[in-house]
Design a protein around this ligand. Structure first.
Ligand code: MN
Length: 406
């Protein structure tokens, strides 16, 4: 049987020419890192295609990471995306680009950008309400600031790892309220947080806030992110300065970055606001800042939740405006996480903390019950979004397996 061309995709493929996410790969048996663009189950060598077709952007596309392309800015991002779409659809380019594809099962995918700073937010009202009820059952679930500013913290950029990287169970201090003293050992409440990450391309000047309306000038694209969390460590350490060792051991990101332009048809208005927002966060007259991403959470291949990103109270544009409003600058490669995505329904919760109500209600998997993660468990996040003309845009998965504590 003749080999099917990588350019001839099955109808409805969520990684068709309307998507074109970026990654960085090496071919099996080679050392050289190349920028790749995914089409179906193949990856196109974007630098080789740009060189062969005389693109003005062959330079950044031939780099070993996405950072030069990220730094190039929105006009270049749009030009490159239009070129790529033409290279993979115009019959005139077929003979040139066809040999430049490699099947995905013959490549290793790498962290596609060099991470600069990392911030994680707390932007789902349903998640924040659930967590408030679990940890502060006698108080108001939402803190008084919650609907006035997007709450966040600075995380550890050096432990952001690409999908497929094993996650070693962290050890640390924990102390239940009834324990007489803290103990040290491997976390017994290892959890996930299903999130969406955003990567900054264009930097900003130190001392100059980035307004809400400049989101698309600075942010290149988005991807699935799993903010692994040790709930027992977190519960003992988090007052008064917030998350620390309970989250800094690993954060997994997809190997594929979906450019914002691929998600034009997925833009959606965030939920109605309960309070007037201060002007720098007021998005009433802005382009809809939400994204209709349908996420699924799987443990060992079995779906346990389907969090809807469209329900997030705070948008990525508001988060960007807030984290720079004090003059903090952006750098190419800055990553920020949306916060755990949880919808209003019990099967839409993006953490085991919520799905099991802090271990009270175990969930049933075919290989046994779970409250929190066990060694050997593999957690995979997938998602899709509405694309143009009734198509679907697939997001690259993020997956990680738990290795025993050292
Ligand atoms: Mn988080």
């Amino acid at each position: 049987m003749p080999q099917q061309s990588p350019l001839d995709l099955p109808e409805g493929d969520p990684f068709g020419p309307h998507n074109l996410p970026y990654g960085v790969y090496t071919k099996t048996g080679e050392e050289r890192r190349r920028i790749g663009v995914r089409l179906g189950a193949h990856v196109l060598d974007a630098g080789a295609a740009a060189t062969a077709l005389g693109s003005a952007h062959a330079g950044p596309l031939s780099a070993p990471s996405l950072n030069p392309l990220l730094a190039a800015g929105r006009p270049v991002w749009s030009e490159v995306r239009a070129e790529l779409a033409s290279w993979v659809t115009d019959p005139a380019h077929r003979a040139t680009v066809e040999p430049l594809f490699t099947p995905l099962d013959e490549v290793t995918l790498h962290l596609p950008y060099e991470v600069a700073d990392y911030v994680d937010f707390y932007a789902s009202e349903h998640h924040a309400t659930n967590v408030g009820r679990i940890f502060r059952p006698d108080g108001e679930p939402l803190t008084p600031n919650w609907k006035h500013l997007p709450i966040g913290y600075h995380g550890r950029s050096g432990t952001i790892v690409v999908s497929g990287t094993e996650v070693v169970r962290p050890s640390g201090q924990r102390k239940a309220p009834t324990d007489p003293a803290p103990v040290f050992g491997p976390s017994v409440k290892l959890d996930i947080e299903a999130e969406v990450g955003f990567v900054v391309g264009t930097p900003s000047e130190h001392g100059r806030p980035v307004p809400l309306g400049s989101f698309e000038d600075h942010v290149f694209g988005l991807f699935l992110l799993n903010d692994w969390s040790a709930r027992d460590l977190q519960a003992w350490e988090y007052v008064p300065l917030g998350p620390f060792l309970g989250k800094s051991f690993a954060t997994s990101v997809s190997a594929w970055v979906t450019p914002l332009e691929a998600l034009d048809a997925a833009r959606t208005a965030p939920p109605a606001r309960d309070f007037p927002l201060l002007p720098y966060l007021d998005d009433a007259d802005a382009r809809p800042g939400g994204f209709d991403l349908r996420i699924t959470v799987q443990i060992n291949g079995q779906e346990v939740a389907a969090p809807p990103f469209a329900t997030m109270y705070w948008t990525a544009a508001q988060q960007l405006a807030h984290m720079t409003v004090n003059g903090a600058s952006l750098r190419t490669g800055d990553v920020y996480g949306s916060g755990t995505v949880s919808g209003p329904e019990t099967d839409q919760r993006g953490s085991l903390l919520e799905l099991t109500w802090n271990g009270r209600d175990a969930i049933e998997l075919t290989d046994g019950k779970r409250t929190f993660l066990e060694d050997g468990d593999t957690v995979t996040l997938t998602a899709w979004a509405p694309g143009p003309d009734g198509t679907r845009i697939g997001l690259g998965e993020v997956s990680g397996r738990i290795a025993p504590a050292v």
